[in-house]
Design a protein around this ligand. Structure first.
Ligand SMILES: [Zn+2]
Length: 104
């Protein structure tokens, strides 16, 4: 259910109909009535898609409880591996810095 409202177009200043949808366009100039909100929505969608693509153990709504748990465990393991790599990198860098600082 969406209610039709009459609003003033922010682009051309004409009174046009707005159904409350983010992709509603002005009847006169064809611009999006909620342009800022629309781009934010698109941005959010793209970000969600990227997240989904990165996450190859993405939990689907049709997955059962066992599969969900398994995926969650695998996901956290993957993140741990990722953080361990960063910690290891910092550790190695620190050792290299220490070696170069220490009088040889
Ligand atoms: Zn307009």
């Amino acid at each position: 259910m969406s209610q039709v409202r009459e609003i003033k177009c922010p682009h051309c200043g004409e009174w046009t109909l707005w159904q409350g949808d983010i992709d509603d366009r002005c009847l006169y100039c064809g611009e999006f009535l909620e342009s800022r909100q629309f781009s934010r929505e698109v941005e959010r969608k793209i970000r969600n898609e990227v997240l989904k693509e990165n996450d190859y153990f993405f939990i689907k709504p049709e997955d059962g409880p066992v599969k969900r748990l398994l995926k969650r465990v695998l996901n956290s393991l993957r993140w741990w591996a990722f953080y361990l790599q960063i910690v290891f990198f910092i550790f190695v860098t620190l050792i290299l810095v220490l070696i170069s600082i220490l009088p040889g």
